[in-house]
Design a protein around this ligand. Structure first.
Ligand SMILES: NC(=O)c1ccc[n+]([C@@H]2O[C@H](COP(=O)([O-])OP(=O)(O)OC[C@H]3O[C@@H](n4cnc5c(N)ncnc54)[C@H](OP(=O)(O)O)[C@@H]3O)[C@@H](O)[C@H]2O)c1
Length: 234
């Protein structure tokens, strides 16, 4: 039985991953705002709003996970799809805090406590490299996360670190993208709308199986790499 630390397992991909690892008999330590709805004596959790960066170390003290075999820093927000010039600074800052700086607070705690995970997966996105119109603060936060993986890789010789794009997963994020965003103004959305409801956008449970299986393959890449599951598959 191994210890897995995961953030944002209340729903979506994080929930799918937590379920997958619990079914595999692992111990899951969940840090998130709302609770993970699963029931298991191998599930431990601590609630924290990851936007509240100063609250993260105390939440981790309370969760007190042992050195994880695998840490998946998954929690994230999309923000609204809109032009960067229309994005209020507060909104951009909030996306950066949750998608980037909260992960720094978590990794720093693990390093300080000498509990650096054997494998650290920072959940990134294809948007970190695509630079499509409208993905503003989200794209910037995930691009910075890719760089953060590289920087921590150099500082954490006993950990294997990747920034990992999970491909399309049918979650609330995709519901918003496919139903509420104007694809005339933001044409990159069309690709998502075409995949919506098809095998090209699996539900979180199915996606979690594929993603978790690919983590072993990630270890073959240099620590600090950006890995996209779609490139691993080809
Ligand atoms: N879905 C996709 O196709 C896709 C594609 C590429 C990358 N990703 C990435 O995959 C990750 C998971 O996305 P998802 O699609 O599963 O999204 P989701 O369904 O919206 O779930 C997001 C998770 O993050 C948590 N979270 C958000 N803000 C938080 C905060 N302030 N404090 C604590 N937890 C917070 C949510 O908790 P609450 O329930 O408390 O809000 C939830 O558990 C994200 O990093 C996303 O960028 C997803």
């Amino acid at each position: 039985m191994t210890d897995i630390l995961i953030t944002g397992a209340s729903r979506g991909l994080g929930l799918g991953l937590a379920e997958h690892f619990l079914e595999r008999g692992e111990r899951v330590h969940h840090l998130g705002r709302r609770p993970c709805p699963l029931t298991s004596e191998r599930l431990r959790q601590q609630s924290v709003d990851l936007a509240d960066l100063d609250a993260i170390p105390a939440a981790l003290d309370a969760l007190d996970p042992p050195r994880p075999e695998l840490a998946i820093l998954n929690a994230g927000v999309l923000g609204r799809i809109q032009d960067l010039a229309e994005t209020a600074m507060d909104e951009a800052r909030s996306v950066m805090d949750i998608n980037l700086w909260a992960n720094k607070a978590i990794v720093d705690w693990l390093i300080r406590k000498r509990r650096s995970p054997k494998q650290l997966v920072l959940i990134s996105s294809g948007a970190s490299v695509n630079g499509n119109r409208g993905w503003g603060a989200y794209s910037i936060s995930k691009a910075a996360l890719n760089m953060m993986a590289k920087l921590y890789a150099a500082e954490m010789p006993d950990s294997h670190v990747v920034a990992y794009a999970p491909g399309l997963v049918h979650t609330a994020m995709q519901d918003y993208l496919c139903h509420e965003v104007d694809s005339e103004r933001f044409p990159s959305i069309r690709h998502l709308q075409n995949a919506y409801g098809s095998e090209h956008m699996p539900d979180p449970r199915r996606a979690a199986r594929l993603i978790a299986d690919s983590f072993a393959t990630c270890l073959q890449q240099p620590s600090g790499s950006f890995v996209d599951i779609r490139q691993l598959a080809t």
